[in-house]
Write a protein that binds this ligand. Sequence first.
Ligand SMILES: [Zn+2]
Length: 411
Amino acid sequence: MKINSARLEQYFEAMSLIGKIGETGTCRPAHTELEKQGFEIAGSWMKEAGMTVRIDNFGNLIGRLEGKNPDLPVLMMGSHLDSQPYGGRFDGVAGVLCAIEVVKTLHENGIVPERSIEVISFADEEGWRFNKGLFGSRGILGKLEEGELERADAAGITRGQALVAFGCDITKFKDSEYQPGSIFCFLELHIEQGPILDLANKPIGVVSGISGPLWWTVKLKGMAGHTGSVPMPIRKDALVGAAEIIVAVNEIANQVPGNPTVGTVGTLNIFPASRNIIPEEVTFTVDLRDIDLERRNRYEKQLRDRIEFICAKHKLTYEISEDTKSDPRYCADWIKEIIHAECQKLQLDEIELMSGPFHDALALSYVCDYGMIFVRCKDGISHNPLEYASYEDLAIGANVLLGTVQQILNR
Ligand SMILES: [Zn+2]
């Protein structure tokens, strides 16, 4: 049994017109009329694939293919149809459309599985509109935090208002939550959003897990003074300290060949930011991610030691505040084995790799086993209208997903 690659291509072409920007870009923000249009067309394909379709109170689109035994925990798969404001046409979309095509193929072949299958487009995976992502996937698991509905977008519209306008009943979130044990496993196909598969010249990768991010805000304090008169040896220049720490983050993350760790300083605020005042205070963020928690902990210790040393050298004081510290979340071995076996049937010579970015699977990983399939994207470009995955590669990914679903249904 194989998916219909021409139909899959049509799904992508049709979806790319909704929120299209420029030649190849997409802007389809969460909980908007554009996302609703995306849901309507995806929902119509779900119906054609034999699924019943609903939009829940978190703004998730859910298609369900009823199994022979509807009481069994569901096999869930999906991703998201919302996009970055200046995004591409494959991020998230690939996981939803390939999952619909898989169910359509099963349905066409007259297969009625024992357990039900659900395909979900999770609401607001991207998180840029209200500065907090994975909304729909956290929502169904009862993991929203205090104040999330009061978060406002750039136009002053709150999440709660946007959901109500979308047609959601925000007083009835409980009705849309999944009970513990009701999800058997979760599968997500996604474009890699990095260059590893492209460099290795392979269409498909089996994901080993999602990296755990450690996010800090670091503040260094020195002393301001006249840049023309304060002699070098007695300065307390916070920016010189920050510069050395930025290099240290880069060196620490680069220790292992193959670079399984990534470390980034992405922001820098200098006070008072005058060309003739020695920088007194510098604030910057650190983002350190690794799939290996023990190694990340070791690197964290190294970085703390380096910061201590560098600040002592430049007579600075420092404060580190921890913004996020998540453990890496590993894919289930048994699902990885199935995905590998399906890749081998197609003679793909696949590799295993970790995911640096988060995905909805991260939220699901706390309640069920999960597996992810990565599809090669050109030059690793994503969150950019230039994002590109070929229809050939996407069809291969959908076939791997189809085989994986069949194996799981046979268990
Ligand atoms: Zn995504």
